[in-house]
Structures are given as C-alpha cells and as structure tokens.
Design a protein around this ligand. Structure first.
Ligand SMILES: Cc1cc2nc3c(=O)[nH]c(=O)nc-3n(C[C@H](O)[C@H](O)[C@H](O)COP(=O)(O)OP(=O)(O)OC[C@H]3O[C@@H](n4cnc5c(N)ncnc54)[C@H](O)[C@@H]3O)c2cc1C
Length: 378
C-alpha cells in the first residue's frame, strides 16, 4: 500500500524531497504558504554533492542550461584585488568529484524543481495553504525554511538565532556600461571571494553570464525578525579595507539587506509525527555556500531511508544517524571560513601564506569530503 507524506513548504528542500519520495513510490502533498512562487533570492552555488543528486532526478540538463559552470573559486585580497589562491572547478570539478559545480539563480532552480514536481502524478501541490493537522498522512515534513512554523510544534527543536552578520545582495547587468570597471576587475567566469578583516564579498556570473551576483557579508543588526529585506542604493562596506572596490561598487543600486540567521543543527528535528528538514532544521550562514546543497542532500537521504526502511520511526532514526554528523561537519566548515575569511593582522598574514604555498592538488583535496559525498548512500 502506498504511503502518504505531507510537506510544508515548496522551497528547495520541500520540492527536492517530494521528487525523491515520489520516485520511491510515496504519495506526496505539498502545502506552500505563498500564493505562487516568485523569483525570491539571488544566486546560489550548487556544489557537486548537490548536482550529483539533481542529476539522479533527471534535472541536470535543465539546470545546466539555466546556470553557469565557473572555472574556479578565486580568493583575493579585497583591498588590492590581488589573488591569494584558486580552487579549480569546471571540467576539473566534474572529473574529481563526479558532478559539476554550478552557479544559478535561486528562482531558476526552484522553477525547474516545481515544473518537475507538477509533472509527477504522485505529487499534489497546493499554494496559499499551510499544513492540515487533521490530514491523513503517515509523515508530516516541515520544509518551511528558516522561519519555520512547524518547528514550534516540536518540543526541543532549536530556535532561529541571529548570527550577528548581514548579507547585502545585488544583481548587476553585465552588459550595462556602468559596470564595465567592476566586471573587468573580476574574473568573469569564476566565483571570486574578496577577503577583508571586516567583510567579504563574493561575486559570480549567473543567468548565462548576463548577470553578476554580488553578496557582501559584514557585521550588522538583525532589524526586522524575518527575511523581508530593505533595499539600499549603496552597500555600507566598513573600515578602510575596501580600496578601489568601494569605487567599483559605487554604480551598483538595489542592494537588499539580509540579516543572517541560523538554526543549531543539534536540536531536535522531530519524530514520526512531524519532522524538520532543510533550513527549518539546520539553517546555516552562507560562509561554506552549502545551505541549498544541504536541503537537497536531506531530500535524497530521507527518501533513501524511508524507501528502504518500512517503519517510519526506524527510517528517521537511520536518517538522523547519518545526517547529524554530516551537518555538524559542514556547519563547522562554515564557522572556520567565517574566522579565516574575516581574519585580520598576523592571522590574515598566516592565512595568506598558507593559501599561497598550497598546491592546486592540496587545495582541491580539502573539499573531497564535502563535494565527493553521496547523501543517498546511507
Ligand atoms: C545571502 C545568502 C546566500 C546564500 N548562498 C547560498 C549558496 O551559495 N549556496 C547554497 O547552497 N545556499 C545558499 N544559501 C542558503 C539557501 O538559500 C537556503 O539554505 C535554502 O534555500 C534552504 O532551502 P529550504 O527549502 O529549507 O528553505 P526555503 O528555500 O526558504 O523554502 C521554504 C519554503 O517554505 C514556505 N513556507 C514558509 N512557511 C510556511 C508554512 N507555514 N507553510 C507552508 N509553507 C511555508 C516558504 O514560502 C518557502 O517557499 C544562501 C542564503 C543566504 C541568506
């Protein structure tokens, strides 16, 4: 007999889980609070640990068409713009980690997932609604993001907490002559991370290279307690570490302010009555660029556990046994990046020396545990 799952949220986690569960024979109903899916968010980095799973859903060709495959992640000094190190991506990433490294607009990824879900007979999607507690379902999944309301139903679940940092995001039309200087100062086919003691800025091409996605992260206040973002005409780069970058960014308008919140992944995720996944369970700050990738990994892992273990409580226990250690390690990498990328003085000098003396092989090997991971292999 088919088992029924209801999911709160048609975000990256909810749609991916629905697709994996439908392929494993489950009947799935998604309830999304929004009336329709707008193109919310900006660029996302999709590392090979995520694209390998999207490939299994048959979605990689559509995703590749909508994304850019950067040639490298370049780390540079924000003031001088001089390179510190580069991790090769492109064909190298596909060969080393068995799947491509891509950058895409979040809205484009969500649209591809939604289109696939709509075509799946075993998935029903209802917009403008929330979870129905009285619905007959074998499992209710909370994939309702960092501001999850499902979380309040689970005693012992970790609350959302403000990280003390704010992301400022903007999209730039590369064809606009106002941005010629900015585009020329960055590698147009790479992810560039510009490091300074009081901020870092990540830039990469999306939408077929027609747009440049900019994210600057620095200390700031939480402001409103949700993701409703205020828009500013300038990014407030702090301190005197911005150098010419401040001038290069001056023509960029429409910066949205995103206070960064996370959720401690060691809290309770739920039980056979209701279970949290994605940002609802373990939102992380974007220093390792792994939030969406973890949501996608959750989908593959949960479907693998539920599809091979008939008892739901046992399946969830099996899932948690694997996902908790993985999430803790990835959150640890995000914390380390935050420390290393915003380092100052002697720590920054030591960081730069280590980065400069590392071979390309050694730099890539540092990502093997992260990008080479197969979340469906429980
Ligand atoms: C500045 C920044 C940069 C980032 N960069 C990256 C990156 O480069 N790479 C990466 O992998 N990740 C990145 N992330 C993280 C990534 O965006 C998230 O981790 C990812 O979108 C989480 O997916 P989710 O499905 O759990 O939540 P969401 O995508 O937030 O989806 C939640 C869904 O649930 C719906 N919902 C909410 N409440 C309810 C309710 N009560 N009932 C029903 N539906 C509800 C919402 O409308 C939404 O559709 C970044 C995040 C930020 C802030």
């Amino acid at each position: 007999m088919s088992r029924r799952v209801q999911i709160a949220g048609a975000g990256i986690a909810g749609l991916t889980i629905a697709l994996f569960l439908a392929r494993a024979g489950f009947d799935v109903e998604i309830r999304e609070r929004a009336q329709s899916l707008e193109s919310v968010g900006a660029g996302l980095q999709l590392s090979p640990n995520a694209t390998r799973l999207l490939d299994r859903l048959g979605l990689l060709p559509a995703i590749e068409t909508a994304s850019v495959a950067p040639q490298a992640i370049e780390l540079r000094d924000a003031r001088s713009l001089k390179p510190l190190a580069a991790v090769a991506l492109g064909d190298f990433a596909s060969r080393r980690w068995g799947a491509p490294y891509l950058v895409i607009h979040r809205g484009d990824l969500q649209r591809i997932l939604l289109d696939a879900a709509i075509q799946e007979p075993q998935i029903g999607i209802r917009f403008g609604t929330q979870i129905d507690a009285s619905a007959a379902a074998d499992l209710t999944i909370g994939a309702d993001g960092v501001w999850s309301t499902m979380r309040s139903r689970i005693a012992g679940a970790s609350p959302t907490r403000f990280s003390g940092h704010v992301a400022w995001r903007a999209l730039v039309d590369v064809g606009d002559p106002a941005f010629t200087g900015l585009a020329a100062s960055l590698s147009p086919t790479s992810v560039t991370a510009l490091l300074a003691p009081s901020f870092h800025l990540v830039a990469y091409p999306i939408r077929g290279g027609r747009a440049l996605n900019l994210v600057a992260i620095m200390r700031g206040n939480a402001g409103a307690d949700d993701w409703s973002q205020s828009v500013a005409d300038a990014v407030p780069l702090p301190g005197d570490h911005a150098g010419t970058l401040r001038d290069l960014l001056a023509p960029v308008r429409g910066w949205t302010r995103w206070p960064l919140h996370d959720v401690d992944p060691s809290g309770k995720w739920g039980d056979a009555g209701g279970f949290l996944v994605g940002d609802a369970a373990h939102a992380m700050t974007p220093y390792a660029a792994q939030g969406a990738a973890m949501a996608i990994e959750d989908g593959a892992a949960l479907a693998a556990a539920l599809g091979t273990t008939p008892d739901i409580a046992s399946a969830l226990a099996r899932y948690e046994a694997v996902r908790r250690s993985r999430l803790a390690r990835v959150a640890g990498r995000a914390r380390f990046n935050r420390f290393a990328w915003h380092a100052a003085g002697p720590v920054a000098l030591a960081r730069n020396l280590v980065l400069k003396t590392r071979t390309p092989e050694r730099l890539a090997a540092d990502f093997d545990w992260l990008y080479g991971f197969d979340a469906a292999a429980l």
